[in-house]
Design a protein around this ligand. Structure first.
Ligand SMILES: [Zn+2]
Ligand SMILES: [Zn+2]
Length: 168
């Protein structure tokens, strides 16, 4: 699992006094994580506080909770138990060695929060780039579909054999 790149939590939302915006900061207050202000769109007077709600605060609280939620998701990711006692995803029920199903919303949420969607979608083979069921993580952290995994093993076996011939 990749180390998280975001500013360490906990994050805190503080509403500014007598206004309708607020900021999310890290615990030290040195780092501004997000400025939440519904007026920036220019038309938000209509959506804002007519019913007594405070969308800037609601958004800010959601942002501030993000590091906690991400941590919980990553802890839960392989927290289930599949048949045979293997670790499995509590949402798509695939085992860890098999990898998430392509439509797993837990994997998608983690990918969205960590930016890994820019490279690979959940269930996408890092070699042939196809999204399919049964993509498994190998030792170097890449995820391969069954076909690419078998091809890799065949190449490795051929390499080992060739090496053995030169050595011997
Ligand atoms: Zn899953
Ligand atoms: Zn593949």
């Amino acid at each position: 699992m990749a180390e998280s790149k975001h500013t360490p939590g906990p994050w805190v939302y503080r509403a500014a006094t007598h206004t309708d915006w607020g900021d999310v900061n890290d615990a030290s207050g040195d780092c501004l994580i997000a400025h939440c202000n519904c007026y920036l769109s220019g038309k938000s007077l209509d959506c804002h506080r007519k019913d007594g709600t405070d969308p800037a605060k609601a958004n800010g609280l959601l942002v501030a909770a993000a590091p906690d939620m991400l941590e919980v998701l990553m802890e839960a990711e392989w927290g289930g138990t599949a048949i045979g006692g293997n670790m499995s995803c509590p949402v798509c029920f695939n085992s860890r060695e098999y990898g998430h199903s392509p439509d797993c919303i837990l994997a998608a949420a983690i990918a969205k929060a960590t930016g890994s969607t820019e490279q690979f979608q959940p269930g996408q083979c890092h070699e042939c780039k196809k999204v399919q069921n049964g993509v498994m993580e190998i030792a170097d952290g890449r995820k391969l579909c069954r076909d690419c995994f078998l091809a890799l093993k065949t190449r490795e076996a051929a390499d080992a054999e060739a090496k053995g011939e030169t050595d011997g």
